[in-house]
Design a protein around this ligand. Structure first.
Ligand SMILES: Nc1ncnc2c1ncn2[C@@H]1O[C@H](COP(=O)(O)OP(=O)(O)OP(=O)(O)O)[C@@H](O)[C@H]1O
Length: 251
């Protein structure tokens, strides 16, 4: 698979500067910085409890940082109204480990759901077309009228992927996209992530502990350690590091 590692001259779609967040005596983020460039796959690794979820919650406006600055698509999120933040969230697709489908809805209804919430951005007349395109992207057009329970775990994950894509986001956030999947399904998901990036030139922030996933998908990597962006570089650079703290991630 071709890998491009020259994104750091491009335009940043997400900029986190000097982010601090603590809970009482617990300092979680201590001046964390991150830039995600247009069209890149940035893999973020961090130990359990290192603050990855806190960082994401600050990023999508679900948590208030103590200080620091977050810009998404050039907009400082601390200046946005509720409605503006909601609109900006349509530019971010989420694929989380627990991105469960609604059990009582068909695949079609699951995919229509985000569109109905954002009629300002999408014309509901085009719903069928958008649903089909999203399903085509994950190769599951034939499941459109099925219920989630009729699908395998891997297929459900792909439908959740299609649902994350349906709003045509510019940024995709993946949290442990391959955790809990068997190696073959895991490989399929990684290939899908790559296909989507190639097709739509999306920018992805991928949080994972899966070294194989990081090797295949990352253009660049960042390690969150001690509340800061401890190191950044390509997979090759980081995996060959002599620093024991960095080496620990690649065991
Ligand atoms: N609302 C909260 N109140 C108090 N402490 C919190 C809160 N949210 C997170 N923390 C603490 O902040 C630290 C970082 O949590 P976070 O969930 O971001 O970790 P993580 O890196 O996502 O871990 P994992 O990989 O296990 O999901 C933890 O010690 C957690 O207990």
């Amino acid at each position: 698979m071709k890998k491009n590692t020259s994104y750091n001259t491009g335009k940043a779609v997400l900029e986190i500067k000097d982010l601090y967040k603590g809970f009482g005596d617990l300092k979680v983020l201590n001046g964390f910085n991150l830039e995600l460039y247009k069209g890149e796959n940035l893999v973020m690794m961090g130990k359990s409890g290192s603050g990855k979820s806190v960082m994401i919650k600050c990023m999508v406006g679900l948590m208030q940082p103590d200080s620091g600055n977050i810009k998404i698509l050039g907009k400082d999120i601390s200046t946005l109204s509720h409605q503006e933040m909601d609109e900006l969230r349509t530019e971010i697709g989420f694929l989380f480990q627990g991105s469960a489908l609604y059990d009582s809805m068909t695949v079609r209804e699951n995919l229509e759901f985000p569109l109905r919430r954002h009629t300002d951005k999408f014309d509901l007349k085009n719903t069928d077309e958008l649903v089909m395109e999203a399903l085509r992207n994950v190769g599951l057009e034939h499941t459109i009228d099925q219920m989630p329970e009729e699908l395998s775990g891997g297929m459900q994950r792909r439908i959740a992927f299609a649902r994350a894509l349906i709003l045509q986001p510019q940024i995709i956030l993946y949290d442990e996209p391959t955790t809990g999947l068997d190696p073959i399904t895991s490989k399929e998901i990684i290939e899908l992530m790559q296909t989507i990036q190639d097709k739509y030139n999306t920018s992805s922030l991928i949080i994972t502990h899966d070294v194989d996933c990081a090797r295949v998908i990352s253009n660049r990597m960042i390690l969150l350690l001690d509340g800061i962006n401890y190191v950044e570089g390509t997979f090759e650079e980081l995996s060959n590091s002599k620093d024991p703290k960095i080496k620990a991630f690649f065991k």
